[in-house]
Design a binder for this molecule. Structure first.
Ligand SMILES: O=C(O)CCC(=O)C(=O)O
Length: 296
């Protein structure tokens, strides 16, 4: 049995758990400072949380939204320009959490931009599943009041390391895109997030570990830190789970940067030990990747 290498070399990742407030410039300065120190600590892949540049509020997304382009104008798109600059300054891959993105037709998306160590825009994932929930006595949130959904599964090639699958927060609840990314060869699934104190204790760690163990890949959940004064106190508890579904790095709800070194051999030994990769019964049920590829 041959296990195809999907991570080409060890990779140190940093997951930056910060909270965002109403002052965009301050949010960007805080993110930049944390990104620079993560790079000084040796991280080559640095991840920010969902809406790190703005309050997480449907009433605010339009005000904080920026156009996205491959050469962002610092006046019109200060957050995207700041992310590209962080990548250039640190020579690290940057997963830019998410930023409310405006398009020419006036729609707004919740968008994660990914930058190469040269500051080139490699990909942009528009949150595909909007967070519209109503839990009696708990959380009620309707992103679709102001946001539009993206229509694409995002798989990004990080040159020299391999591919990652990308989603934003609520996207992690949907198993299919993560499976598609893993079967396309992703070594990790990365979700910039801002869960909440209703669903966080119930499902956050469970989903992170489940996506890891389903797909035998690393899963990285990067949350906003909790600000008790905010109208949306985030859950926190950023984590890295390994392909066996074990949490190998984690934290509590406060501002913090967590680190993990992803080793290629961990994917290989997990797949060797529990060989579900080779035991699927496509004679009984379809391979979802074949279905998706046929449609394209
Ligand atoms: O899925 C959940 O329970 C939380 C999702 C969320 O907070 C979000 O998508 O921003």
């Amino acid at each position: 049995m041959t296990i195809k290498g999907v991570l080409h070399q060890a990779l140190k990742v940093a997951c930056i758990q910060i909270s965002s407030g109403p002052n965009k410039a301050q949010n960007l300065a805080n993110a930049r400072q944390k990104v620079l120190s993560a790079a000084s600590a040796g991280a080559s892949l640095i991840i920010l949380p969902e809406c790190f540049n703005s309050p997480y509020s449907t009433a605010k997304f339009r005000e904080y939204a920026e156009p996205l382009s491959s050469s962002p104008d610092p006046e019109r798109s200060p957050s995207f320009a700041a992310l590209a600059q962080m990548a250039r300054d640190t020579k690290a891959f940057i997963i830019g959490g998410s930023v409310p993105e405006s398009d020419e037709s006036g729609k707004i998306y919740n968008t994660c931009a990914v930058y190469s160590p040269q500051g080139t825009l490699l990909a942009a994932h528009r949150k595909m599943h909007l967070f519209d929930i109503d839990v009696p006595g708990g959380m009620c949130f309707h992103e679709s009041d102001t946001l539009s959904a993206g229509n694409q599964i995002t798989i990004v090639d990080l040159e020299g390391y391999g591919k990652i699958g990308l989603g934003i927060c609520y996207d992690m609840r949907f198993a299919e895109p993560s499976t598609i990314a893993a079967r396309e060869g992703a070594f990790a699934l990365i979700y910039p997030s801002a869960f909440n104190t209703t669903t966080g204790p119930l499902h956050w760690e469970l989903l992170g570990r489940a996506r890891a163990v389903d797909n035998q890949v690393f899963t990285i959940l990067c949350s906003q830190a909790r600000d008790p004064a905010s109208s949306y106190p985030a859950w926190g508890y950023s984590l890295v789970a390994n392909p066996m579904g074990q949490v190998v790095s984690g934290t509590d709800e406060k501002e913090c940067t967590i680190y993990a070194v992803l080793e290629p051999s961990v994917i290989e030994t997990s797949r060797q030990a529990i060989p579900i990769t080779f035991q699927r019964r496509y004679d009984v049920y379809p391979d979802i990747n074949q279905v998706v590829n046929k449609k394209e």
